[in-house]
Design a binder for this molecule. Structure first.
Ligand code: FEO
Length: 399
């Protein structure tokens, strides 16, 4: 019935695709779905690496049983407790009551807290190795990539890193599971969107994790979402290195809120000026239309950021306020920042956007532009100047 997918002899991919869930964490859109990856090592000690989201346990168990039939499973390694990976633990325990759960000292209390499980658990420490027979697993904690208990394990004979959320992507695995079987460019955007939405706040912990794993001789990266990497290992490590330092490439995201089109008009004038001054990557978003998931992803991609908002009840437009708050939560850094906006009787939005940028210690570029009511000549020219200054700043980095 099920043709097993092998990473190597006796190591299997047993993940599942989710094309039904609309929002990951009930927040982030999944137009291309998401895969919950899980792995099975068949050895003297048969071992599972993570489970899947609870609603997908049926098809996952079918894959397991098609490989090991009615044999027992000795260990479940819980690399990460977020329920997209741990959700099927109780279902698994009902079928395999003697299974021993392996986690670190932060995982174990979470398993009790989430699932009420207190027995058959084994605590491992940083650097510990467990022999499974021919295979062996060594454990490394990567706190805050994505939760405090997050860890990875490294299978020593096949040099396979089970990397948990790290290097994971949104998007289902539509036939191709390994990077050798797919066009990896398709997944770059979805990996950056996953990174920026889910892990983006934790740049420093990601840098520490990359340093820690730097000494491993990795031949395969097997994440908990998205493709498995064999040919593009250095490429995805480089992506993570860049994103975790908030290093953007040449380009500008202009995100604005607009009720009646005045702020939008300013956005288009600024965008045109940036283009006329030689920058080719310009992405303009209406925050009331495009979900912040995609805007954040492009903000991580490009070095320049310009935010615009009308003043709404002496505050930011609420949809721009939500984006600004997300940027604050993430702790965005290392970007050039400009701002603009409009108001009808008293301006406040631009001041609030500048406060956001100052709190994040972003480099503010050009003069903020704030217009009263419709766009007129002086502020039109100020928008052109803001675009020009941003473009010149980006071009200066070419050298
Ligand atoms: Fe894929 Fe942090 O869970």
């Amino acid at each position: 019935m099920f043709k097993p997918v092998k990473l190597s002899e006796n190591i299997y991919y047993i993940g599942v695709n989710d094309r039904r869930t609309a929002l990951f964490e009930n927040m982030w859109p999944l137009p291309r779905g998401v895969a919950y990856n899980s792995y099975l090592i068949v050895d003297e000690k048969t071992t599972l690496i993570d489970t899947v989201e609870a609603g997908h346990a049926g098809k996952w168990l079918k894959k397991i049983q098609s490989i090991i039939d009615d044999k027992p499973i000795d260990y479940l390694v819980v690399n990460h407790m977020e329920p997209d990976h741990s959700g099927a633990i109780n279902i698994l325990r009902q079928l395999y009551p003697n299974i021993e759960i392996i986690g670190n000292k932060k995982t174990i209390p979470m398993i009790e807290g989430f699932y009420g499980i207190t027995d058959n658990m084994k605590t491992i420490n940083e650097g510990d190795t467990i022999d499974l027979g021919i295979h062996s697993l060594s454990f490394y904690t990567i706190p805050m990539v994505h939760w405090p208990e997050s860890m990875v394990c490294f299978e020593n004979t096949q040099k396979t890193l089970f990397s948990s959320d790290a290097f994971g992507s949104f998007g289902t695995l539509d036939g191709g599971i390994f990077d050798t079987e797919i066009n990896i460019d398709y997944f770059e955007d979805e990996m950056r969107r996953y990174y920026s939405n889910i892990v983006g706040k934790y740049g420093n912990p990601v840098q520490k994790a990359l340093s820690k794993l730097n000494g491993l001789d990795i031949s395969t990266i097997a994440p908990s979402h998205g493709p498995i990497f064999k040919d593009n290992i250095q490429k995805v490590i480089n992506w993570y290195d860049k994103w975790s330092q908030y290093i953007g490439e040449e380009g500008v995201v202009i995100a604005y809120a607009s009720m009646y089109g005045n702020t939008e008009e300013m956005a288009d004038v600024i965008a045109r000026s940036i283009a006329e001054n030689g920058i080719k990557n310009i992405r303009v978003y209406d925050v009331s239309k495009t979900h912040s998931s995609y805007i954040l992803s492009d903000i991580f991609k490009y070095k320049g950021l310009i935010l615009g908002s009308p003043t709404y009840s002496n505050e930011l437009h609420p949809n721009m306020e939500a984006l600004a708050m997300k940027l604050s939560h993430i702790g965005l850094s290392n970007h050039y920042f400009g701002t603009f906006g409009s108001f009808t009787w008293a301006g406040a939005a631009v001041k609030k956007l500048i406060e956001t940028a100052e709190n994040l210690k972003l480099e503010i570029i050009g003069e903020p532009v704030e217009e009263k009511q419709g766009l007129k000549k002086d502020k039109y020219e100020a928008c052109i100047e803001l675009g020009k200054v941003m473009a010149e700043k980006l071009k200066a980095d070419r050298n």
